[in-house]
Design a protein around this ligand. Structure first.
Ligand SMILES: *Cc1c(COP(=O)(O)O)cnc(C)c1O
Length: 371
């Protein structure tokens, strides 16, 4: 059996370090923010190559606060993609703004920059590109668009810890970068967590106020804020795990390269990193029009797969609006029908990768023969 994801395999190698970190927090008697979270913030800021990191309780909270810190107010428009996890769009709505959706580039499934340019109106305030599956978006073009139109650029880097664009880590490329530490992400908490990183002192100050009831000192609320604080326990755990992230990402890249060697020259449509980027390989999604059949067959062979995501946000019932009918975003809609995520987690063995690849190749060959 090769599961789609195996968090227990990773924990097995970390038990002692994690136990020590947790014990330290229990002994300290300090459970929300505090020195453990501050130490993790500093380590994560250094990792991203930015001045500030502000820890929060989820990736969704990170996006929400980044939008508020950017000065997004009700009635503003914020441009993002139709092909993402619903949290990206939900956070824009939490801020009271209108999500203006655009299609993705069919080649790498990140935001279509020409569509961004076309979607800008006088009410546009910010752009939120998503580094989907760990593939950095076209940040050069996006930074140019943001500069020319005076827009704030907020990276949704929830799937891309450690990914790079032109040698720079994601999170450091826009005005702010938002990360999730949901357990299954490349850097996952043993619970929930998130982070906003920024090089801007004033934005960092605003984010710190917003995440903790608008106060720097207890009961002095200078603005209205939220309880979006990170747990000390998660901070301590995440700092331990951050020390392993580069090795884990390297293992993901090796796994992706091994799949690519197996699939090269076959009918399998497999993903490759866009030139000039270092992919974080949070998700390794091949594409097939026969997805349901392939999933069932792989399941039968003891191989777990997943779909990221089966429905583009504009067609998710809870997020549907008359503004975006089916057909509005063809690349996103086609991707949603075809993507199939294979196991890519760092602890997979070469033999396991080979077994997955062998089964996928057999399905592709059978389809080809049956045509
Ligand atoms: C996981 C994720 C989020 C939300 O993060 P949470 O920590 O689950 O709140 C936002 N955007 C994307 C693209 C994600 O994958």
């Amino acid at each position: 059996m090769i599961p789609f994801l195996d968090l227990k395999a990773q924990y097995a190698g970390l038990k002692r370090e994690i136990a020590t970190a947790i014990e330290g927090v229990l002994d300290s008697g300090q459970f929300a923010l505090g020195p453990e979270v501050a130490a993790f913030e500093q380590a994560f800021a250094d990792f991203c190559g930015v001045r500030h990191a502000v820890a929060v309780n989820s990736g969704t909270s990170a996006l929400h606060l980044a939008l508020l810190a950017a000065g997004v107010v009700p009635g503003d428009e914020v441009i993002t993609v139709a092909f993402t996890f619903v949290a990206t769009v939900a956070a824009i709505e939490y801020a009271g703004a209108h999500p203006v959706l655009v299609d993705v580039d069919p080649r790498d499934l990140t935001i279509d920059t020409a569509a961004v340019e076309a979607a800008i109106t006088p009410r546009t305030r910010a752009i939120v590109p998503v580094h989907l599956h760990g593939q950095p978006a076209d940040m050069g073009t996006l930074r140019d668009i943001a500069r020319r139109h005076g827009l704030i650029l907020i990276e949704d880097a929830a799937q891309a810890h450690g990914a790079e664009w032109q040698g720079q880590r994601v999170g450091s490329l826009g005005d702010m970068g938002c990360f999730s530490f949901y357990p299954g992400k490349n850097l996952g908490a043993y619970g929930e967590g998130g982070m906003v990183v920024t090089g801007d002192d004033a934005l960092a100050h605003g984010l710190r106020l917003l995440r903790d009831w608008g106060s720097e000192r207890k009961y002095e609320h200078v603005i209205k804020g939220y309880n979006y604080r990170m747990d000390a326990m998660q901070g301590a755990i995440l700092r331990v795990k951050l020390g392993h992230l580069e090795a884990w990402n390297a293992a993901r890249r090796e796994n992706a390269a091994r799949y690519a060697r197996a699939f090269a020259g076959s009918q399998v449509r497999y993903p490759e990193a866009t030139a000039g980027t270092l992919h974080a390989w949070h998700v390794y999604a091949i594409r097939t029009p026969h997805r349901a059949r392939w999933m069932t067959a792989l399941q039968g062979a003891g191989i777990g797969t997943a779909i990221h995501y089966p429905t583009p946000v504009h067609l998710v019932p809870a997020y549907r609006t008359p503004r975006y009918a089916p057909g509005a975003f063809p690349a996103a809609e086609q991707a949603a029908c075809e993507v199939l995520s294979l196991p890519i987690y760092p602890e997979l063995s070469e033999a396991q990768i080979d077994e997955v690849a062998r089964n996928v190749l057999a399905l592709a060959r059978a389809d080809e023969a049956g045509r």
